[in-house]
Design a protein around this ligand. Structure first.
Ligand code: GAP
Length: 453
């Protein structure tokens, strides 16, 4: 039996209430910086710092494994720039628009359907201009796709778009993937990549930005089986967020009713998370029917039908899509993990997401302790992403790691030199246990394996 000690929390544990606390932590500790900050920043663009990239990689890796560790899903990495006809076929040129209004007084620019953002005090329940201080223009339709030109000529024939979703790269490659990977329907294609939308009202930190990453999977099924697959994927996707350690009472489904459904969707549910600024979409699960393959077949003039050898029939598969924002998943991980007890701030991140799993602390900067710690660090690093810290009091060092979500801390002291035991500290409970140094890796592996059980 190992001996255990625990330090009491300073007060009741609080969760994130004000996004500003998270934004400040992210900047200070190197998760997320404002883009081009030395030039005054650029609206709603953010850079991921040393810890942010690790967290983001962990999010992507977990998603990628959940998707592609199955026999029936293949991976893809399609180009951001695609033939402009793709966006005509997809409906984006015509229909990927938000209604935009300008206020002549405050010079603000707002989405006519989201007027709670209006600076002069317009309320969402009011119609533009009605009984408010804002003096709004008529709503104009604004296309959210970023345009650029391909090649040296900036004429209309050279216009290309930055993709506003990764999905279309999958649809146009449907037969390439199916045939090269010798897949049979039902099967899926997964992709992670950047997408761009010229949002009218970006904001709430990295929640809505103009450049972001999506993690999308398109599952091709036989018509008639689509609603069964849709239900399966709904359940799988919410479970994935729960497996990331997100609190159950902060997640819910929101069903799109007739007026809300996107032009391509036969059925759609959002997985929503309750942020400090309210319930908001985290991921969408859509039954897209044969809209996409049908349109690409029509616009390209190329047959995109699947030939079912068993049933000896040809058909256009229906598509069930799962579409998660990578940055939004990362924001949910951080917002959900934020804890404060009056003195201590910590991120109760799932170890699989935490940038570092373990931090090692030689109690003092003495050569005999540092030497022992360095050897142990070299071993631990072979198994886990780890860090070491020998600066300042041990309490301060614990706090520094707590704040970035490192789940385990290991202290090397003078007893370690004589009996080869170390103190293993647990971030959330602050329990400290004394264990043999040779059992350290196994002990951490066990803890991670049984996390949340
Ligand atoms: N292919 C379907 C599609 O793109 P969407 O609901 O428009 O569906 C899917 O987007 C997900 O992408 C959203 O649930 C969200 O997580 C993320 N997303 C969309 N726009 C975003 C933005 N401006 N900034 C950050 N993430 C965004």
């Amino acid at each position: 039996m190992s001996e255990e000690t625990q330090v009491a929390a300073a007060g009741p544990v609080q969760n994130l209430k004000d996004m500003a606390d998270l934004v400040s932590l992210c900047k200070r500790r190197g998760f997320v910086f404002p883009s081009s900050e030395i030039y005054g920043g650029i609206n709603a663009c953010w850079d991921y710092g040393p810890l942010g990239v690790e967290l983001k990689r962990n999010v992507k890796e977990r998603w990628w494994h959940a998707m592609t560790d199955r026999e029936d899903i293949e991976g893809l990495d399609a180009a951001i720039l695609m033939h402009p006809k793709v966006w005509e076929a997809s409906g984006h040129v015509e229909g990927f628009v938000d209604p935009m209004v300008d206020c002549k007084k405050c010079k603000g620019r707002f989405r006519a359907d989201k007027l709670e953002h209006a600076a002069c005090g317009l309320k969402p329940s009011r119609k533009p201009g009605e009984g408010s201080d804002c003096e709004l223009t008529e709503a104009r339709q604004f296309n959210l796709m970023f345009k650029t030109h391909m090649g040296p000529l900036e004429d209309t024939a050279a216009i290309v778009y930055l993709r506003p979703e990764t999905a279309q790269g999958i649809y146009v490659n449907f037969l390439n993937v199916q045939q090269s990977a010798r897949q049979k329907v039902p099967f899926g294609i997964a992709q992670i990549g950047k997408a761009f939308r010229n949002e009218i009202t970006p904001g709430n930190f990295i929640f809505r930005t103009r450049e972001f990453e999506q993690m999308e999977m398109q599952f091709f099924v036989k018509p008639g089986t689509d609603m069964d697959w849709f239900e399966k994927w709904k359940e799988k996707r919410i479970q994935w967020h729960l497996d990331n350690g997100i609190r159950k009472d902060k997640l819910r489904f929101h069903q799109h009713k007739d007026g809300e459904l996107a032009h391509y969707a036969r059925a759609a549910f959002d997985i929503e998370y309750e942020f400090p600024f309210g319930w908001q979409e985290l991921e969408g699960i859509h039954n897209r029917g044969d809209f996409d393959l049908g349109r690409h077949q029509q616009f390209s003039g190329k047959k995109l039908e699947y030939f079912d050898e068993m049933g000896k029939e040809r058909y256009l598969p229906y598509i069930v899509e799962t579409s998660a924002g990578c940055d939004r998943t990362l924001l949910v991980a951080l917002a959900d993990a934020y804890r404060f007890d009056g003195e201590r701030t910590w991120l109760a991140l799932h170890p699989a997401l935490a940038p570092y799993k373990v931090a090692l602390y030689p109690l003092m900067k003495k050569p005999e302790l540092t030497e022992y710690s360095d050897k142990l660090y070299a071993d631990v690093r072979k198994r886990f992403r780890a860090t070491t810290d020998d600066a300042g009091s041990i309490g301060k060092r614990y706090r520094r790691q707590d704040e970035i979500g490192t789940p385990f801390g290991v202290t090397i002291d003078y007893d370690t030199l004589s009996n080869h035991t170390v103190t293993l500290r647990h971030r959330d409970s602050m329990v400290q246990e004394r264990i043999p140094a040779e059992n350290l890796i196994r002990a951490i592996e066990d803890q991670i394996e049984n996390w949340g059980k």
